[in-house]
Design a protein around this ligand. Structure first.
Ligand code: FES
Length: 338
């Protein structure tokens, strides 16, 4: 057995032993601590951590979940990390994101399902037990009725006591959950909800500006964050950039307008990559607008929150670093098509 020590950003320590052939994620779970994770097979990146000391083997994983440059600097995916001796690693989240009683499993009813843009739907669920507390940025896994198939989605709303969960979901061709939503789902259907889970979320850093960059339905966790800022009337200047491919893909404008009406320091732009003659808003990639706007802050580097497909997340990270934003101020959530 190899001893493992994990340290959270708020100084919490988790110590346990890892058997040969057991991943750090599995060993932590065996010791009663469920760490943020989703796919558990090296493809989503949500179990990311950094090894500070000790030898280990990394099992098969995708470069999108763990880019080679991060791997070279000690970045690991805990679901694919097998210690070969005593191991120490840091976790990029606070102790409160570790679940000691396992992942909550609850039943919910489909309350609404409606299209909001081309291939994009809004799904609303109502949890049976009405206790719907979670941190903006976290995700839940929705289990397809009658199957073991689960898909991770981040709520776009904020925690509440009405049991309400709202999702913005891009329908993907041949996706199992997408097929359910487009072909069979009806109000009144029953679904199983696993969560909340995950480490993505707002960080309290005083009055530092907050910038949000979303690719498509990567907007969902970021919308939850700015909605939370509006509910709490948080004073940080906040700017959001949403990128979509075509004008037909634009969604969530009423929701973003509602936040802008309630939160004085908030502004947002929707960037269309392939505009048509009827589109009068910003064009191109949100990354380019992000990079061009950074100098406006005159050295006051913002906290950056980015969620979307891996190429967008990686390009925003590169632009942020080039613009002088320290890496620890760039908070990322990659989502992969499933
Ligand atoms: Fe480890 Fe998805 S849980 S990469």
């Amino acid at each position: 057995m190899n001893p493992v020590v994990l340290t959270t950003t708020d100084g919490g320590r988790l110590e346990f032993a890892c058997a040969p052939g057991q991943s750090v994620l599995e060993a932590a779970a065996a010791a009663g601590a469920t760490l943020p994770a989703s796919c558990r097979q090296g493809t989503c990146g949500s179990c990311h951590a950094s090894v500070t000391d000790g030898p280990y083997d990394l099992g098969p994983h995708s470069d999108q979940a763990l880019p080679p440059d991060e791997r070279e600097h000690g970045g690991v995916l805990l679901c694919r990390t097998y210690p070969c001796g005593p191991l120490s690693a840091t976790l990029p989240y606070e102790q409160s994101r570790i679940l000691y009683g396992g992942i909550p499993v609850r039943e919910a009813t489909v309350a609404a399902l409606e299209p909001v843009a081309r291939d994009t739907v809004r799904l609303e669920l109502r949890l049976d037990d009405l206790d719907c507390q979670f941190d903006p940025g976290q995700f839940v896994e929705l289990q397809l009725p009658g199957t073991e198939v689960k898909r991770a989605y981040s709520p776009a709303n904020t925690g509440n006591w009405d049991g309400r969960l709202e999702f913005l979901i891009r329908l993907r061709k041949a996706g199992q959950f997408s097929s359910y939503l487009s072909d069979r789902a009806r109000p009144g259907d029953r679904l199983t909800v696993h969560g909340p889970q995950g480490a993505f979320g707002l960080h309290e850093t005083g009055l530092r500006p907050r910038w949000f960059v979303a690719g498509g339905t990567g907007l969902a966790p970021l919308l939850a964050m700015v909605r939370r800022m509006a509910e709490w009337q948080e004073p940080q200047p906040a700017r959001l950039l949403l990128g979509v491919n075509d004008p037909q893909d634009v969604f969530a404008v009423p929701e973003l307008n509602a936040v802008a009406a309630e939160l004085p320091g908030f502004r947002y732009d929707v960037c269309v990559w392939r505009p048509d003659p009827g589109w009068s808003g910003p064009t191109g990639l949100p990354t380019d607008h992000f990079a061009a706007a950074l100098p406006e802050l005159a050295g006051a580097a913002p906290d950056v929150y980015v969620c979307g497909p891996p190429p967008l997340v990686d390009s925003v990270l590169r632009a942020a670093l080039l613009g002088g934003v320290p890496p620890e101020q760039v908070h990322r959530e990659r989502f992969l098509a499933t």
